[in-house]
Design a protein around this ligand. Structure first.
Ligand SMILES: C[S@@+](CC[C@H](N)C(=O)[O-])C[C@H]1O[C@@H](n2cnc3c(N)ncnc32)[C@H](O)[C@@H]1O
Length: 238
C-alpha cells in the first residue's frame, strides 16, 4: 500500500525513527535480539524503509543486503546512505509492491529475510510468504514484526476478532497528523499464512520496551510494559 507517511514524509520518518520510543526503543531492539549471527549472510529486507536495518545488518557483518520497498523515496534514501557509507557494493535497493511477492528474487538465494513493520500493509500475506519460502535457502530464517493482533483489535469496527479489516487512522509519528491505512488480522491468520507456505515458527516475542524509555516518557514506559504493541515471529525453512 502506497502511503504518504513513507513517500511524502520519507525523510521526516527517517529522522524520527532514529531514536523514538516505538521503533528505536521497542521494535528494533526486540527484533535484533532474535537475529542469528549475521557474518557473511545474504539478507533480504522487505519494507526496508530508510535503511536503518540495512545499516545494522552490515555493521554486524552481513555480506550483502537487498532492500525492497514500495516507496521510491525510501529506496533513494537507502541508496544515498549506502553511497555515503561507502558500502554501495553491499546494498541492492529497488522499489516494488510486495503484495505480489518477490518476482525479482532467485530460488534458494537468501540466508535470511527480515520484514520489520511491513506485513500489516498487505491484504493477503500468502503471495509474499510463499515467495519468502521459495527464496530462502534450506535452514534460512524469516524474522518479522507487525502490529500485535490484540492491540489492533481495539480499532475493530466489526467487533469480530477473526475478520480481517482495513483500518484507517491518523498518526502523529512525524510531528504532524498523517492518514495511514493498514490491515488488522487475527494471530491465526498470520500463523496459518506462515505454516501453509512451509515456514516453521521457531520463536514468538511480544516485544520488550527498553529501560531507557522510563526517563524519556514514564507514562508510555508503563503502558508498553503492561500492553503488547507489536508481535515478533521467527520462522525457518527446514
Ligand atoms: C513502518 S515502515 C518500516 C520501515 C522499516 N522496516 C523500519 O523498520 O524502519 C513500513 C514500510 O513498509 C513499506 N510498505 C508498505 N506497503 C508496502 C508494499 N505493499 N510493498 C512494499 N513496501 C511496502 C512502506 O513504504 C514503509 O517504508
Amino acid at each position: 500500500m502506497k502511503l504518504d507517511m513513507y513517500s511524502t514524509f520519507a525523510s521526516e520518518y527517517d529522522e524520527v525513527i532514529q531514536d523514538n520510543i516505538y521503533n528505536a526503543n521497542l521494535e528494533r531492539p526486540t527484533l535484533q535480539s532474535m537475529l542469528p549471527t549475521l557474518v557473511n549472510l545474504r539478507v533480504v529486507d522487505l519494507g526496508c524503509g530508510s535503511g536503518v536495518y540495512a545499516q545494522y545488518l552490515l555493521a554486524q557483518g552481513a555480506a550483502k543486503v537487498t532492500c525492497v520497498d514500495y516507496a521510491e523515496e525510501m529506496i533513494q534514501l537507502v541508496a544515498r546512505k549506502a553511497e555515503l557509507a561507502g558500502v554501495s557494493n553491499k546494498v541492492d535497493a529497488y522499489a516494488q509492491d510486495l503484495s505480489v511477492g518477490l518476482p525479482n528474487e532467485i530460488d534458494a538465494s537468501a540466508d535470511m529475510v527480515i520484514s520489520p513493520l511491513m506485513v500489516h500493509y498487505l491484504e493477503d500475506l500468502n503471495p509474499l510468504f510463499a515467495d519468502i519460502h521459495r527464496i530462502l535457502k534450506i535452514g534460512g530464517s524469516f524474522i518479522f514484526s507487525t502490529h500485535h493482533p490484540f492491540a489492533d483489535f481495539e480499532c475493530s469496527k466489526s467487533g469480530n476478532y477473526f475478520e480481517r479489516e482495513l483500518v484507517q487512522q491518523e498518526w502523529d509519528t512525524v510531528g504532524k497528523p498523517v492518514q495511514v491505512k493498514f490491515y488488522r488480522r487475527s494471530l491465526t491468520e498470520i500463523t496459518n499464512a506462515l505454516t501453509q507456505n512451509g515456514l516453521v515458527i521457531t520463536q514468538i516475542s511480544e516485544g520488550e520496551v527498553d529501560e531507557k524509555v522510563k526517563d524519556m516518557d514514564s507514562e508510555t514506559y508503563t503502558y508498553l510494559s503492561n500492553n503488547p504493541n507489536f508481535i515478533f515471529i521467527k520462522c525457518q525453512k527446514i
